[in-house]
Design a protein around this ligand. Structure first.
Ligand SMILES: Nc1ncnc2c1ncn2[C@@H]1O[C@H](COP(=O)(O)OP(=O)(O)O)[C@@H](O)[C@H]1O
Ligand SMILES: Cc1cn([C@H]2C[C@H](O)[C@@H](COP(=O)(O)O)O2)c(=O)[nH]c1=O
Length: 216
């Protein structure tokens, strides 16, 4: 039975790597995948992993009907055995509905990869719809870690090195990006709530007399 599967996790937990591995294993058996992505850090029409692998992909623009795209590929004689979607959090809710239709009407597996929540701990529209519609939600096995050693469950955004909780939902960027004005860091919930990034923790450790003051 074909499935809509949502592979979710924080930033930097290996989602794109797994997407590439699924594609590799299937193509080794002669299956042809259609790969969508949106706003990958490596640029338009790319699916890239921090392990250095990158592959060509179809940029899923906001206005694009993904179901119609797959149907057009098939009707022009193209072979599509399954569909991979990276950065699925950036898709519109209607585009996730279109992917569900690919599974149900075209009987193709769709593997979607994305982060669930943004830097404010709010669901992205695409992730929300995937949680609502997916046959299966898989949490990645390789856990990203907070600086404290706990499992990282949340994504923090930093601007000029300081954690922020207001701003545009979508700002493409990376973790461990020294020098970047906007960066990201994965944290456990406790430290996300306390706005305690690794840098803030180091600064607090250097001032042991100062008790931390939390926003709430
Ligand atoms: N130099 C490295 N050596 C081994 N593993 C690495 C290295 N750099 C990154 N990784 C692995 O790659 C993961 C990030 O993979 P990626 O697919 O880009 O993540 P995501 O798509 O979830 O943001 C890291 O969690 C880590 O496990
Ligand atoms: C938390 C958060 C992230 N983003 C962006 C930053 C990256 O470009 C992607 C996530 O990519 P990854 O492969 O999972 O590392 O999402 C954003 O735009 N807004 C956010 O709140």
């Amino acid at each position: 039975m074909p499935e809509l599967v949502f592979f979710s996790g924080t930033m930097d937990c290996g989602k794109s790597t797994l997407a590439l591995q699924i594609g590799h294993n299937r193509s080794a058996r002669g299956l042809q995948g259609l790969i969508f992505t949106r706003d990958d850090r490596a640029g338009e029409g790319k699916l890239s992993s921090r392990l250095g692998l990158v592959t060509e992909a179809v940029e899923a623009r906001p206005e694009m009907d993904l179901y119609a795209y797959v149907v057009a590929e098939l009707s022009q004689g193209g072979k599509v055995d399954y569909v991979i979607v990276d950065e699925a959090q950036f898709l519109a809710a209607e585009q996730i509905d279109q992917l569900a239709r690919v599974v149900d009407d075209l009987e193709l597996d769709v593997f979607a990869f994305g982060i669930t929540t943004d830097f404010r701990t709010k669901l992205f529209p695409g992730s929300q719809r995937l949680i609502e519609l997916a046959d299966r939600i898989e949490t990645l096995q390789v856990e990203a870690m907070c600086w404290c050693g706990a499992r990282a469950t949340h994504n923090a955004r930093t601007v000029g090195g300081r954690m922020v909780v207001e701003g545009e939902q979508v700002v493409v960027g990376d973790v461990n990006g020294p020098g970047a004005e906007v960066g990201y860091e994965v944290l456990c919930r406790r430290h996300h709530r306390r706005r305690m990034t690794a840098a803030a923790a180091r600064a607090a450790a250097l001032s042991p007399d100062v008790l931390p003051v939390y926003a709430n």
